[in-house]
Design a protein around this ligand. Sequence first.
Ligand code: FES
Ligand SMILES: [Fe+2]
Length: 373
Amino acid sequence: MSIAAPRDQWYVAAYGSEIRHELFARTVLGEPILFRRSEHGEVVAHSDRCVHRRFPLSQAPSRLVDGQVVCGYHGFTYGTDGRCVAVPGQTRVPRTARLTAYPVVELDSLVWVWIGDPALADPTRIPRAPYLASPGYTTVRGMEPLAARFSLLVDNLLDLSHETYLHGGYIGTPEVAATPITTEVDDEAGVVHVSRHMDDAECPPFYSRSTGLQGRIARWQDIEYVPPCLYKLHSRIAPVGSVPNPDGTDPDAFHVEVVYAITPETEHSTHDFWMVARDFALDDEEVSAFLAENNRTVVLQASRPSTFSSGCSRASRTATRSSRSTSTPVAWRRGGCSPGWPGRPRATPRPRPRAPPRPDERWHPRSATGPRR
Ligand code: FES
Ligand SMILES: [Fe+2]
């Protein structure tokens, strides 16, 4: 399988909280990987396929016994370092019998894995998002599977003008689509910056209900995209007229860091890790629950099959085009396909005469396309 994503690259494989001492499996760039914590609490990552007959080690009846992984097919047993330590029926264990190991680093509450040449795995190249693990912030998070190649999610996230239309009632207001953006590529740092500053804008429910701000607001969106895998949206919400102090302090504003870790699972599927970190109402569980539910809804709004249908047989998709953007942000989630992915061609549907609907069967926009709750 060839995946149009770089292999010599750190990718987010999981949240640190997902990985405990039990076996945990996730596929990254087409490679099934088995994660677990050693007795010292460090995350280790090995191939999730037994060296004997490639049976999945994460799948019962494979199991952990005294910290060692016992394959559920013929019982090959592996230590924490991935080395095979026992082969039933023979005393000699081949030295080459060991699971492929993947470099792994836990940082900022994220578990990063390196898929390519281990000799090139430099942890200092991992892009940072320290607020995700900072006591000065409270973070809600989730992960949604996306049935599309990862680049389509990048495309979707870099053009936020779709918020006005796709996410109205949540994060979208007219000003988002109407405000020009600036885009800069910092080749040296390897970062794409996209900024949109709205100095007098409607406050969408996502922010009015979480911050308590009423009326018009200053709303700044500053995207920092570190290709290919980490997207950071620095969102500033403040009363109209408020600007940060010259020393960088910004006491009148609310800050929300929206982070997406974009990890290819296979050629046509992506792990969509989403996080929302805030520097206000840190202990307010209602605010946490509200932001978590709303952000998940926003993420899923790009996957409503009843709203968007494509020309391919398995697809559900959304597509929006910005008049100012040179890109066409398109996102598909489970059950979808991507342009250029040859789906089965559809016959052109023939119009069929239909009786006018009875009042109780008329199409209702909210029931057909309303956000999932
Ligand atoms: S496949 Fe694992 S022991 Fe045979
Ligand atoms: Fe969106």
